[in-house]
Design a protein around this ligand. Structure first.
Ligand code: UD1
Length: 352
């Protein structure tokens, strides 16, 4: 049995790092393929270095419109899948690399495995929602990170025997690296005081408007709390066109590696983000999260009082204040036990 594992973006490299060692342990023959959707050092290679991994094929597709990116990945991936014989392909999450792999697997008649299946924001204006829905319905094996995700799949009439509750590979990764994260010196490097700052990330196209940034910066200024902002390259480009005055209490940095980012979050007073992964990472680190979106696929974090959706950014100063006295309390983590990678590899191995 030979498996193709395809990744392309920064969160997919993190997820893969929980699965790759387990595939090796189970002696699964696999090819680790990087589409190159993310290509800056801080968006891609740094994570390979941190997790001690290497891709075996890099398609170097780079950026482009939704259609360009997907088509470019498809054409290159089709060549790989036609040269080598794969019995199974594995995709992670909901990015353009995910949907491209889905379509090529279908075209080449190779059964597809979807990790992080069943996540739903029910917002069909987001490319991620379309990508993951189509992928779920084209997959032979679906790994759900929570009971809620598994329930979503059943509601859409996906046969129960194809669904496996694995838990979240991102949680495996966090647990595995907690000691190294603790040792990281980013607070000293940025001269930050524990619990006296917030962390901001924002990169969704719907948030990258002048009006949103104007009210976001105004809110940060009013909050008078130090906010660290590792900036996504797309956000940086957008911000340069807005010509807004950056508040004095906002510290903009380059994108950070995994250890630095997790250390920053673990000692923060709050997180403000529109990223899916970071909402869960804040939850596991028990740091209050303010999600800069109208909806989230990670509804469990909201139900358990750890995460709040913020549509109107003028609410932020008040919400930030509330976070300073808010404890994130929950007894059971709905995202598994930290052994998702092992469960996924075992099921894949038995698929042969
Ligand atoms: C993608 C995923 C998103 C995920 C995010 C993680 C899709 C549809 N979205 O969004 O779900 O949360 O990755 O970061 O796949 N750029 C660079 N250097 C890079 C990568 C990107 O400069 O290494 C810039 C380019 O201008 C590019 C833009 O960022 O056009 C957007 O990159 P893209 O990969 O299309 O989407 P993300 O916003 O990163």
């Amino acid at each position: 049995m030979k498996l193709a594992l395809v990744i392309g973006t920064r969160p997919q490299i993190v997820k893969a790092s929980a699965i790759v060692p387990e595939l090796k342990r189970q002696n699964v023959d696999f090819q680790f393929i990087n589409t190159g959707q993310h290509y800056d050092y801080e968006m891609n290679k740094i994570f390979f270095d941190e997790f001690g991994m290497r891709d075996s094929i890099n398609l170097s597709v780079g950026s482009g419109s939704y259609c360009q990116q997907i088509v470019n990945i498809m054409l290159k991936l089709e060549q790989v899948f036609s040269k080598q014989k794969f019995d199974l392909t594995m995709c992670l999450g909901d990015t353009n690399s995910t949907i491209a792999e889905t379509l090529v697997s279908f075209a080449c008649s190779i059964p597809l495995v979807h990790v992080e299946a069943g996540a739903r924001s029910y917002d069909m204006t987001m490319p991620e929602e379309v990508n993951r829905r189509l992928t779920d319905h084209a997959s032979a094996l679906l790994f759900a990170v929570s009971k809620n995700c598994a329930k979503n799949l059943l509601k859409e009439n996906i046969p129960e025997e194809q669904i496996f509750l694995s838990g979240d590979p991102m949680y495996d990764v966090l647990l595995k690296h907690l000691k190294a994260i603790e040792k990281c010196g980013i607070l000293e490097d940025l001269r930050l005081v524990e619990r006296k700052y917030g962390v901001l990330t924002i990169h969704r196209p719907s948030n990258l408007t002048f009006e949103k940034f104007d009210s976001l910066f105004e809110a940060i200024k009013k909050s008078r709390t130090k906010v660290v902002f590792p900036i996504h390259p797309r956000t940086k480009k957008a911000l340069e066109t807005f010509h807004l005055k950056v508040p004095r209490n906002l510290l903009i940095t380059n994108p950070l590696g995994y250890y630095e980012m997790m250390k920053l979050v673990s000692k923060a007073q709050f997180v403000m983000t529109d990223s899916g992964g970071l909402q869960k990472e804040a939850f596991w680190l028990r740091i209050p999260c303010l999600t800069l979106r109208q909806n989230t696929e990670w509804v469990e974090t909201v139900r358990l009082g750890a995460n709040e959706l913020i549509e109107n950014f003028s609410m932020l100063p008040e919400k930030i204040k509330e976070c300073s006295s808010r404890d994130v309390k929950y007894k059971i983590n709905p995202f598994g036990d930290g052994h998702a990678g092992k469960k996924i590899a075992e099921v894949v191995k038995s698929y042969a």
